[in-house]
Design a protein around this ligand. Structure first.
Ligand SMILES: Nc1ncnc2c1ncn2[C@@H]1O[C@H](COP(=O)(O)OP(=O)(O)OP(=O)(O)O)[C@@H](O)[C@H]1O
Ligand SMILES: CC(=O)N[C@H]1[C@@H]2OC[C@@H](O2)[C@@H](O)[C@@H]1O[C@H](C)C(=O)O
Length: 414
């Protein structure tokens, strides 16, 4: 028998797998760089180890300070990143994760000894699923390498909390030829699919991503991909216009006063990413500081007000979300509802624009209507992904990420 990769002989994990109920903490800090979400979940499994129920016990958000946000934004751009600051941040953000765990335990009235494990995503700094050249170990010449970097040192969280930590959850999927993202569709399938109707879960975070759950679908029929920027471009424009005093367009109120500039809208849409077939993922590397700078230059050249610039960026974001559904989902799958989540759902202008363009037959709802608080979904998702790995179960969907095969993704710090 091939026992490679089998950790069940370690007493601690034999015990983990023999239990049918687990308390797991999921930690997520997303591409908006606005803070850390921590969710305490109760997971029930059946005899085979498959998840039966996933219940949220408690949830806290620990916002980043302006100072930390600015530091991280600088680290996400090759023009401003410094390797010494990156190394410090790798350990430093983990102190924030540990703090978030303490706040969560206090809020839930649960002691750390009751918790089985922490599963943490870390902070994405650079995501490069499109391969770059790198020297080949097989002699001269170069090879193509895909890569992704989530910082946050698990050992720090392990030391501060006394709990085992599983992290680095994207790496193995990428090593298996996948995009390493999105990963939470694995959890969406378990939480939101229906036997009677096709559903979409549309996250509008820094980046937008959609999970497609056909009616009565099995895990292997679930698909998902990043639709493009969520709030990232809007946030960068607001941050620049207010000299860092504001970080987003409150409820879309600035965009609501503007008019969409057709030429700018067409320029934004004329982007290879939106024509590319899924699997696909993207991030701040593409829609970050440089991208926003190009839009601001356009605005200056055409004398656009901040209101018009934001109206155009908001329209563009809504349009990419709806077009992704029209181009890549509806031709193959019948859909009755789009369940939205993420901070972008608080942007009324964006949501109105999505409603206006989405086929009338598709209900526009929120995951909160299905019992999952908006901000908790990703942290709950990562709690489940770590748990599945420790149960010895594959936790990735190759159809979503494009990997050659499903893997047990995650590195464990005991
Ligand atoms: N009241 C509001 N009005 C408008 N936008 C808001 C509001 N509240 C939050 N947002 C937007 O939501 C963003 C945060 O969203 P969220 O926390 O879902 O992102 P994330 O999880 O970091 O991103 P990702 O899902 O890409 O990893 C903020 O940066 C802001 O743009
Ligand atoms: C590399 C990375 O951090 N990607 C994030 C980002 O934020 C949204 C979208 O882009 C998604 O692909 C992913 O996160 C979610 C949580 C995921 O993996 O499902």
């Amino acid at each position: 028998m091939d026992t490679r990769g089998d950790i069940s002989s370690y007493p601690m994990w034999a015990k983990y797998r023999s239990k049918r109920e687990h308390l797991v903490i999921g930690l997520m800090s997303g591409t908006s760089l606005d803070g850390t979400d921590a969710a305490l979940v109760h997971i029930q499994t059946d005899e085979s180890g498959a998840m039966q129920r996933l219940d949220l016990i408690d949830f806290v958000c620990t916002p980043y300070t302006n100072e930390l946000r600015e530091k991280l934004i600088r680290l996400c751009s090759p023009e401003t990143a410094r390797v010494d600051e990156l190394t410090t941040a790798h350990f430093g953000v983990s102190e924030w994760y540990a703090q978030s765990v303490q706040e969560l335990l206090q809020s839930a009235g649960v002691s750390s000894s009751q918790v089985d494990v922490i599963s943490m995503h870390g902070q994405t700094i650079w995501h490069a699923p499109v391969p770059s050249a790198f020297p080949s170990p097989l002699g001269t010449g170069s090879m193509k390498v895909s890569s992704t970097l989530q910082i946050g040192e698990c050992a720090v969280v392990r030391e501060r909390t006394g709990l085992p930590v599983i992290g680095n959850l994207r790496a193995r999927d990428m090593a298996a030829g996948g995009e390493g993202a999105p990963l939470t569709p694995y959890a969406d399938a378990l939480m939101f699919r229906s036997v009677t109707e096709g559903r979409l879960v549309q996250n509008i975070g820094g980046i937008g991503n959609v999970t497609v759950l056909p009616s009565g679908s099995s895990e292997t029929e679930v698909s998902a991909f990043d639709t493009g920027p969520g709030n990232m471009v809007i946030d960068a424009l607001v941050r620049h216009a207010t000299e860092g005093k504001q970080h987003y367009d409150p409820n879309g109120s600035i965009a609501a006063k503007g008019t969409v500039h057709p030429e700018l809208a067409a320029y934004c849409l004329n982007d290879e990413y939106f024509r590319r077939q899924p699997p696909k993922s993207t991030g701040r590397e593409v829609y970050g500081a440089d991208y926003a700078k190009r839009l601001m230059e356009f605005a200056a050249l055409h004398d656009l007000s901040l209101e018009d610039l934001l109206a155009s960026a908001t329209w563009f974001t809504a349009e990419t979300i709806v077009r992704a559904v029209e181009d890549f989902v509806l031709p193959k799958t019948s859909i009755s509802a789009m369940l939205t989540c993420g901070g972008g759902t608080s942007n009324d202008t964006l949501m109105k624009m999505i409603r206006l363009r989405l086929p009338e037959s598709i209900r526009l709802e929120r995951i909160a209507d299905y019992g999952v608080p908006d901000d908790a979904r990703e942290a709950m998702g990562f709690a489940l992904l770590g748990h599945e790995a420790l149960m010895g179960r594959t936790n990735t969907l190759p159809r979503v990420t494009g990997a050659a095969h499903a893997v047990i993704s995650g590195h464990l710090t005991l």
